[in-house]
Design a binder for this molecule. Sequence first.
Ligand code: PMP
Ligand code: GLU
Length: 399
Amino acid sequence: MLSSRAQKIKPSPTLAIDARAKAMKASGIDVINFGVGEPDFDTPDNIKEAACRAIREGFTKYTPVGGIDPLKDAIIKKFHADNNLTYKREEIVVSCGAKHSLYNIAQALYGPGDEVIIPSPYWVSYPDQVLLNDAKPVFVRTLEKDSFMVKPEALEAAITDRTKALILNSPSNPTGMLYDRKTLEQIATLAVRHNFYVISDEIYEKLVYGGAAHISIASLDDEVKARTIVVNGLSKSHAMTGWRLGYAAGPADVIKAMTNIQSQSTSNPTSITQKAAVEALSGPQDFIAIMRSEFDKRRTFIVHELNTIPGMRCMTPNGAFYAFPNAADIYGSRFRDTTIASSTHLALYLLEEAKVALVPGDAFGDDNYLRISYATSLEDITKGMDRIRQAVRNLGPAT
Ligand code: PMP
Ligand code: GLU
């Protein structure tokens, strides 16, 4: 019999759809994969070379659990330069991906009886990590008309004396929206007044467009910084998803607890990856601007295309690499003798009939939407949009 904890969670839907699309591709089916959020760029050569050097030089043994000092120092410099945040080494822990950092936070902070506020739509792993620690996710719905930012009044209404933390994600996966300073200030005031932690997942920090500026909530003042754990990583900024490198910065007692938990689970992140990460953070950064400008072109194109598909409406995201069209007007239409009644039905229909993989909004807590990752070539985006348009045309009217 599995533990009650294991029975409460499901596999990551984003990874599951990616696996399905890849399996279809491997069996010879021409699938366009808008499923997973993973840059299609290769890791820059200087980073790869740093890893090769680490191997050649025999840097292949255990390291300190929470990361080597040169990497912690590179992270401290990055926080200072990019976010105007000052941390000491004991306020930093390096983990095997930002997902792992978030998991360690969950283990360190959440327990039975605790409530963790998660604005929805949310990234898929937040609720399950809360559940894995026997705590309760409390969802606060955000709306497109508010740029998917949580309204301070709605947040306040969800706060109880059991509220342990709020999970913020800006730029957001799946909506692509970015929090503005005023809203962050209002959230910070509530966090300080009600004394809860803010978990600020900033993994898409480098992917913002059109002059938008990313602001870390921890940088607003010392009181909110003392309650914030900032999570970041190299998967998105340096196209390093497979290397597994994420990190967290926050109060020393929380970081120490996370490091202890890590010492009993994974131990250090891969030694070779850590050397590569020092190069990623300290070496040339021009790669990021090149990747961002390419994503920006795709963003403009995909949003335009989606808005020409009958029944779809897509706002322009200002961060990350996801389009998040509202497809609810399509629900109720029919294909042969089945009704497309939800985002999951529509996503399955598009996968089976149009050979396009995308993630139903339901996985992120809002059934009205679909998530389309545009971290794929313009050629594939063009083909995929044509396929979706045709498949939607093939649907019959609601009966
Ligand atoms: N946070 C968000 C919002 C994400 O989209 C992802 C997916 N890559 C992660 C965290 C985890 O990233 P990784 O574990 O690859 O660093
Ligand atoms: N974060 C990416 C996504 O949302 C990767 C998949 C995952 O880690 O779940 O697609």
